[in-house]
Design a protein around this ligand. Structure first.
Ligand code: GAL
Length: 662
């Protein structure tokens, strides 16, 4: 298992450096308090110079050196970057894009996920690594592959097509069921033979939506089957070493249905990078952390983030003073029990030579290095936080199927983006310090008072019943516009929108009126709405606010309905941030949901709950000193000072972690 306390480290790629550098590496790792590094991620070509011939000399030395220095290894299977010799022998294993173009090797993760040759080669090198290092004392965890689907989430070649058909056969059993699910009477798309079915390659007009949706499901499952195959090989060789693979729960990646992946991991880990153009990336960190913790069902590991700039955005912004520390501790606040970076030493050569690292090009006489050393001390001071939980009474329904379906072409509005809508609802909760979990819509909701379904466009029948049952049983359910519109096959739920939730919400919509970019409507309680409107008719609900301008003047925009023992809200539009915050404040207050702590504006408060103490993380994103009320018997963990008078001051840009005895 990962080391005691909070794990600290990063991707370590010593193979990119002469051996003389390694001694300095481990010396500096110790200086910084690094206790675990991920190794071997991209070392396949060096490990297996020719098919079936291995050279473990380098890796033996590296693992030995780490162990001698008390640094644990998260040992990777190097299968994300097959060597050139493999592709020369198996050009058919290179992926094909939707336009029929076969890609070339010379980068990384450029292989067809369905290729039998790739699978065989990947399992062979995995088996060799497992056999050699299963009992190595440095190895505490397997890092399987790297960021599955980052560059090759889909391949449209004929081999993939055959695998897609097998997946469809097991989903539908017979063609009649598939034709029905896909609605193939439309545009003469009826299939008479399984072999007629191909991936949704580039076509002249819009492809069939269910075809596209099933394709995304298949692509996620196909990569998952590769993960599972590697995990089986490792499990057989080393049953007690836990396995992970680094997820990418961050704004721009949506290829994998991580609800299906998470149960297959012994320990969930995630990579998170900031978007240079996001003025409030602290909210993105929190959102991502809450999703990952929810996937993990508890603590997780931050496998990668950056100390400074990345190299893959149009402009790669360095972090400002204190940002490295705030970012890292914010992940811990959201449940991370380990903090790691891409990467340990900044590369001199290769495609990522302009990516920041823990040890920058400038060496140790640098701000980043000083920050990295200081963070090591902070994480050491937080050792007892490890394993603590994160109580929440609000859940946000989150589903990759809904995300995929909502963003298919030919929607009422292509401006409606799943993550944007979710984040717009999440933001006010974040600002008020309300703790939030994310749940699959079919999850047990009994621990929550309030469930939000901001963008649940697609919902299957069982999940819909789960959510409406939650309201009927006394919970508060708030549903966002265009939710519940289609079923699991992406078929419209007839009889009025929002299909699955109509009765629970006590409304019925006969027509939707999406708004043009920049267009706004006034709301009669104050504020404006953008993006979306609907002609909502009340069918039991009361109108909370209605449109004050435009073609729907007087029509309800937000409604509230008493349903069974609970309450169901419908936000049939996208209110401006202030109005949305006011509404969500009212909704959660009525539901009896309190923030973890009242804090001045700009101060993020997050709670982790240990066995005999609470850990209150206070992060000041604002520009002035902030005072926060804490428990009588409290200590400041990072400085080990006890807090007098139940009041703690957080300087601008600073992080304070308060241990409150219970
Ligand atoms: C991740 C990847 C790392 C490195 C990093 C750069 O996507 O796993 O290997 O490329 O991005 O930001």
């Amino acid at each position: 298992m990962i080391p005691e306390g909070i794990a600290y480290g990063g991707d370590y790629n010593p193979e990119q450096w002469p051996e003389e550098v390694w001694a300095e590496d481990v010396r500096l790792m110790r200086e910084a308090g690094v206790n675990m590094v991920s190794v071997n991620i991209f070392a396949w070509a060096l490990l297996e110079p020719r098919e079936g011939e291995y050279d473990f000399t380098r890796l033996d030395k590296i693992l030995g050196l780490l162990h001698e220095n008390g640094i644990a290894a998260d040992l990777a299977t190097p299968t994300a970057a097959p060597p050139a010799w493999f592709f020369r022998k198996h050009p058919e294993a290179l992926p094909v894009d939707k336009d029929g173009r076969r890609l070339s090797y010379g980068s990384r993760q450029t292989f067809c996920p369905s290729s039998p040759a790739y699978r065989e080669a990947a399992l062979r090198i995995t088996g060799a690594v497992a056999a050699r290092y299963a009992d190595h004392p440095a190895v505490v965890m397997w890092h399987i592959h790297n960021e599955y689907g980052c560059h090759n989430a889909e391949c449209h070649c004929d081999v993939s097509a055959a695998s897609f058909r097998r997946w469809l056969r097991s989903r539908y059993g017979d063609l009649a069921a598939l034709n029905d699910a896909w609605g193939t009477t439309f545009w003469s798309q009826w299939y008479y033979d399984w072999d007629e079915i191909i991936p949704p390659r580039a076509t002249g007009a819009v492809p069939n939506p269910t075809h596209q949706l099933d394709w995304r499901r298949f692509c996620s499952d196909e990569l998952l089957s590769l993960y599972k195959a590697e995990r089986e090989v490792l499990r057989e060789a080393a049953p007690s070493v836990p396995a992970t693979t680094n997820f990418m729960v961050m704004y721009n990646f949506d290829a994998l249905d991580y609800w299906r992946w998470a149960p297959e991991l012994d320990f969930v880990s995630n990579d998170h990078y900031l978007r240079s153009t996001d003025p409030e990336s602290e909210i993105d960190i929190a959102l991502s952390g809450d999703i990952v913790r929810s996937l993990a069902g508890g603590p997780w590991l931050l496998m990668e983030h950056s100390t400074g700039a990345v190299n893959w955005q149009p402009v790669n912004r360095a972090k400002t003073a204190g940002e490295l520390r705030r970012n890292a501790l914010a992940h811990v606040a959201r449940g991370a029990d380990g903090i790691a970076y891409f990467q340990w030493r900044a590369a001199k050569a290769g495609a990522e030579q302009w990516h920041s690292a823990m040890l920058p090009h400038a060496g140790t006489d640098s701000q980043i290095w000083r920050d990295v050393v200081a963070l090591g001390a902070d994480l050491k001071a937080l050792a007892e936080v490890r394993g603590s939980s994160s109580p929440a009474s609000v859940a946000v329904a989150w589903d990759w199927n809904a995300r995929w379906a909502l963003e298919l072409p030919s929607q009422p509005s292509e401006s409606v983006r799943y993550l944007d809508v979710v984040r717009s609802w999440y933001e006010p909760l974040w600002r008020s310090g309300v703790a939030v979990d994310f749940v699959h819509p079919s999850a047990d909701l009994s621990q929550y008072r309030l469930v939000l379904a901001p963008a649940l466009y697609l919902v299957d029948d069982a999940s819909a019943a789960n959510l409406t049952g939650f309201a009927a049983g006394g919970g508060t359910l708030a549903v966002g516009f265009h939710s519940g519109a289609v079923d699991a096959n992406c078929h419209i739920r007839l009889g009025g929108y929002p299909g699955a939730f109509r009765e629970t919400l006590g409304v019925s919509t006969d027509e939707v009126f999406p708004l043009l970019p920049g267009e706004t409507l006034s709301l009669d309680g104050g504020g404006t709405a953008s993006l979306w409107s609907e002609r909502v008719r009340l069918a039991g609900a009361e109108a909370v606010t209605s449109y004050g301008s435009g073609p729907l003047t007087g029509v309800p925009a937000v409604t509230r309905h008493t349903y069974g023992d609970g309450t169901a809200w419908y936000l049939a539009t996208h209110p401006d941030p202030g109005t949305l915050a006011g509404l969500l404040d009212r909704i959660r207050t009525e539901a009896g949901v309190e923030p973890v702590r009242e804090t001045p504006e700009g101060v993020e408060a997050v709670l982790r709950r240990g066995e005999d103490a609470d850990y209150l993380f206070l992060i000041n994103h604002g520009e002035g000193d902030a005072s926060v009320q804490v428990a009588e018997r409290a200590t400041e963990l990072l400085t080990a000072r006890s807090i007098e008078g139940g009041l703690v001051t957080v300087a601008p840009g600073d992080v304070v972690v308060v241990r409150e005895a219970r």
